[in-house]
Ligand binder design. Structure first.
Ligand SMILES: O=c1ccn([C@H]2C[C@H](O)[C@@H](COP(=O)(O)O)O2)c(=O)[nH]1
Ligand SMILES: [Zn+2]
Length: 169
């Protein structure tokens, strides 16, 4: 790691990469075998006020409800899974989310878009847009546009971050 003339460390994470990394770390908790989504809500003071990932509701077993994508609706994950953005909102403290930004691994679906707008979040920073072109995402974009919520895709400064969980040596 290099230093500047003042000795300040360089190569540190930018705010954007940091908050997206928190969202992605949260996504690592997801049991969804196909798509792991994490979200991180940040206020104007750059404080993290809520994080979440996609998973079944509290008390609903990850081992008995289905994780399938196809088949009869009730035999798929879709009616049961709470989306990451919704969980991040629900996991936030008692404070107001007006003016906050949400960092999310995946562009929000239309249901999450409604929640994001209704709680007053003003910016969506996303990484993947893999469902662009679906009706759900088209509806999200339409609502965000009308509600004045700014969406931007994050181009991270570095493609990987490595974190050691054990001491060096
Ligand atoms: O806004 C969103 C959209 C989707 N998710 C979650 C819900 C599911 O667990 C997966 C999507 O599964 P696919 O197999 O890719 O259809 O992503 C979310 O958290 N937020
Ligand atoms: Zn959603």
């Amino acid at each position: 790691m290099t230093e500047t003339s003042t000795g300040k460390r360089t190569g540190y994470l930018s705010w954007d990469d940091y908050f997206m990394a928190v969202a992605l770390l949260s996504a690592q908790r997801s049991k969804d075998p196909n798509t792991q989504v994490g979200a991180c809500i940040v206020n104007a003071q750059k404080h993290i006020v809520g994080v979440g990932y996609n998973g079944f509701p509290t008390g609903c077993s990850d081992d008995t409800l289905p994780w399938c994508r196809e088949g009869a609706f009730l035999d798929t994950k879709y009616p049961y899974v709470c989306h990451a953005e919704l969980n991040a909102v629900l996991n936030s403290g008692p404070g107001n989310l007006t003016g906050c930004s949400i960092y999310t691994a995946l562009f929000p679906c239309n249901e999450c878009a409604k929640v994001i707008i209704q709680v007053g979040i003003r910016e969506v920073v996303f990484l993947s847009d893999k469902y662009a072109g679906t009706d759900s995402v088209r509806a999200s974009r339409r609502m965000f546009d009308q509600a004045g919520v700014v969406c931007r895709q994050l181009i991270p400064a570095s493609s990987t971050i490595s974190i050691r969980l054990t001491e060096n040596g």
